[in-house]
Design a protein around this ligand. Structure first.
Ligand code: ADE
Length: 249
């Protein structure tokens, strides 16, 4: 998977993405990062400046169309109709389904804005998807792009060392939140690890974890319960635990 990022702060993207799991996947060739500095595509006469005043007035500077377009052409050279994702709070909200959809692509182009915005004409010409990472406003598109890149990267086969972990965690497959986890010691600050986890009975442990997931999802994210894939044992537990109002059973 190749990530192309059009940004005024390529070092911010590089620093984060070359760290930890995504960095390891880059080293092994599963992921590629092409961070393009839009400033390098400033018009000659403007000496590295890529922003200007807003026609019609108003505070704040606007990123001009031409440098953004040139940076895009450089990044996307040779790519056939790539998805071009513009980070904006006005966009479609990013979620796990969207991440899974984008993880199917070979190349993704992220456009990160700054200042008060980007000239609408270049957005109309190159952007395929406007994407928001949530209902709050950040100072630029770099953090949203990194959030998306991380969520997408971990779905690329081989990026996570245990391939299963991408599937069994929250929101994927069964649509439930993850169960609580514990490690050594058995007692910490007077709190015991749930005894069933020490029983060595894998069947019982799996059942307990599943029930914890069902319970947690009802308590914390009741909006997700309707989409959960349930089996007979789940339905029995839901009735016994009095969770019928949350799940479709
Ligand atoms: N740029 C500024 N805020 C943003 C957000 N919430 N999502 C995507 N891009 C943004």
């Amino acid at each position: 998977m190749n990530f192309h990022v059009l940004t005024l702060f390529p070092e911010m993207i590089e620093a984060a993405f070359t760290t930890s799991i995504t960095g390891r996947a880059m080293a092994s060739g599963l992921l590629n990062l092409n961070a393009v500095n839009i400033r390098d595509y400033a018009e000659e006469k403007r000496k590295g400046r890529i922003d200007d005043y807003s026609y019609g007035g108003g505070a704040g500077m606007i990123m001009q169309a031409e440098p953004v377009y040139r940076a895009f052409c450089a990044a996307a050279a040779g790519l056939e109709n790539p998805r071009v994702l513009f980070m904006t709070p006005q966009g479609r909200t990013f979620d796990q389904h969207f991440a899974a959809e984008l993880a199917q692509e070979k190349d993704l182009v992220f456009l990160c804005g700054h200042y008060e915005g980007i000239d609408q004409r270049v957005l109309d010409e190159i952007v395929t998807d406007e994407v928001s990472i949530g209902d709050y406003v950040l100072t630029g598109g770099e953090l949203p792009a990194l959030v998306m890149m991380d969520a997408i990267a971990r779905l690329v086969p081989g990026v996570l060392s245990n391939e299963d972990s991408a599937q069994t965690e929250s929101f994927m497959g069964d649509g439930l939140l993850e169960y609580p986890q514990y490690s050594r010691p058995e007692e910490w600050h007077g709190k015991q690890v749930p005894p069933i986890l020490l029983s060595g009975d894998h069947g019982k442990v799996d059942r307990w974890r599943r029930e914890q997931s069902l319970l947690r999802t009802a308590q914390r994210r009741p909006d997700l319960c309707g989409g959960a894939v349930l089996d007979k044992k789940d339905r029995k537990f839901i009735r016994e635990a009095g969770l019928e109002e949350y799940y479709d059973i």
